[in-house]
Design a protein around this ligand. Structure first.
Ligand SMILES: [Zn+2]
Length: 337
C-alpha cells in the first residue's frame, strides 16, 4: 500500500496542468483529503417529455442513495463546471457544436439520439462532460474519483447517437493528454459497444479503447476498438468475470496507461431493459471491484462513470448504478488512498 501512496503522491507533486482545463483548477484547491471524491452536479438532470424511455431521474437518485446509505458524506462531493465549447471542440466538430448549442439540430438527428432537443438537455450533457473531465483530473491527483453520470460513448465527432450527444469519455481522455501526452486506457464494460469512442481514437496511439459488450446488441454496425471482446447473449457472472480477468491485467501491463477511464455501465444486468446478459448485482460489484483494484494496486489512477442502465424502476436502477461507487469506496479504504 505504501508503494501506491508514493506513486500518487508523486503524481500530485509533479502537478496536473491541462491547458484547456484550467477552469477546473479552483475546484482542486482542497487542503484536506475528505474521502473518495464523488463528482456530481444538480444539473446532470433535465426534464424530458412524459413517458420518455430514458430514465433521466436516475442521476440525482444515485447521489441520494450514496448519502442515505452512508457510503459517502456530502464533504466528498465535488461539483464540476459546465464544459465550454472550446473544451468540447477537442473532440467534436465546429459544425456539430454549432447546431447543438444553437438548437438547429434536424429532426432526423434528434431521432438518432433518442432525445428531442432542448436547451436544458444540452446543458445537462455539458455538465456531465465537465464531470467526467473533473473526475479524470481529480483521479490523477488522488488516485481514484467517481462521477454520478457519464459514459456517453455512442457520440461521434459530428453527430450524436443512442442517447449520447457529447462523448464525455473522449473529451476527458483528450483533455488529460493535452499537455503531457499521458496514455489513457478506456475500459468500457457497458453492454453496448463504445463505438463513438473507438472511432474517435482509432488513430491515436496514446489512447487504448477496450470495449467488452454483447455482440448482438446496439449498435448494429460496430466500430473497431483497439480491443473488442464480444460476448454472447445470456452470459452470467462467472463467465463474464473470467473474460474481464483474461484481458485487463495484460492490457495494464503492456499498454501501461497513466490513467484508466472506466465506464461501469450496469446494462449487462439480468433485469436491464436493453441488455441481453445475465449479470447479478453481486456480479456487477465483483466486476467493478476487480477493475478498480487491478488498476489502483498497480499505481494507475482510475476515474469512473456510470454508463448505461435502463429500468422504469428508478430507485432500483439508481441503487444498481451506485454499485461502482460502493466498490470504489472499498478500494479507497483498503488502499488507504
Ligand atoms: Zn449501454
Amino acid at each position: 500500500m505504501t508503494r501506491i501512496k508514493q506513486i500518487f503522491t508523486h503524481t500530485r507533486l509533479v502537478g496536473v496542468v491541462f491547458n484547456s482545463c484550467r477552469r477546473f483548477h479552483a475546484e482542486l484547491v482542497r487542503p484536506e483529503s475528505s474521502g473518495l471524491p464523488i463528482i456530481h452536479h444538480d444539473k446532470y438532470v433535465c426534464e424530458l417529455p412524459p413517458s420518455h424511455r430514458f430514465p433521466m431521474g436516475k442521476f440525482p437518485r444515485v447521489l441520494h442513495f450514496l448519502l442515505k446509505d452512508q457510503v459517502i458524506t456530502e464533504k466528498q462531493v465535488w461539483a464540476p463546471e459546465i464544459a465550454s465549447k472550446d473544451l468540447l471542440s477537442c473532440v467534436h466538430s465546429e459544425e456539430y457544436l454549432k447546431t447543438l448549442l444553437n438548437g438547429t439540430v434536424h429532426e432526423e438527428e434528434q431521432r438518432r439520439t433518442g432525445f428531442p432537443w432542448s436547451q436544458d438537455l444540452v446543458r445537462r450533457c455539458r455538465y456531465e462532460t465537465g464531470g467526467t473531465v473533473l473526475a479524470a483530473e481529480v483521479a490523477l491527483q488522488r488516485g481514484l474519483a467517481c462521477s454520478t453520470a457519464g459514459g456517453t460513448h455512442h457520440a461521434f465527432p459530428g453527430y450524436g447517437s443512442g442517447f449520447c450527444l457529447l462523448n464525455d469519455l473522449a473529451v476527458a481522455a483528450k483533455c488529460s493528454m493535452r499537455s503531457t501526452k499521458r496514455k489513457v486506457l478506456i475500459v468500457d464494460l457497458d453492454v453496448h459497444q463504445g463505438d463513438g469512442t473507438a472511432f474517435i481514437f482509432k488513430e491515436e496511439p496514446h489512447v487504448f479503447t477496450f470495449s467488452m459488450h454483447c455482440g448482438k446488441n446496439f449498435p448494429l454496425r460496430k466500430q473497431q476498438s483497439d480491443l473488442d471482446v464480444s460476448v454472447e447473449d445470456g452470459v452470467e457472472d462467472k463467465e463474464y468475470l473470467a473474460t474481464v480477468n483474461a484481458h485487463l491485467p495484460r492490457l495494464l501491463e503492456t499498454f501501461r496507461p497513466d490513467l484508466v477511464l472506466y465506464d461501469a455501465g450496469v446494462d449487462p444486468h439480468w433485469e436491464d431493459e436493453l441488455g441481453r446478459l445475465r449479470l447479478t448485482d453481486q456480479g456487477l460489484y465483483q466486476r467493478d471491484l476487480y477493475v478498480i483494484k487491478t488498476a489502483v494496486s498497480r499505481g494507475i489512477p482510475v476515474a469512473t462513470v456510470i454508463g448505461g442502465g435502463y429500468s422504469q424502476d428508478l430507485d432500483k436502477l439508481a441503487l444498481r448504478h451506485s454499485i461502482v461507487h460502493r466498490a470504489a469506496t472499498k478500494v479507497w479504504n483498503d488502499c488507504e488512498l
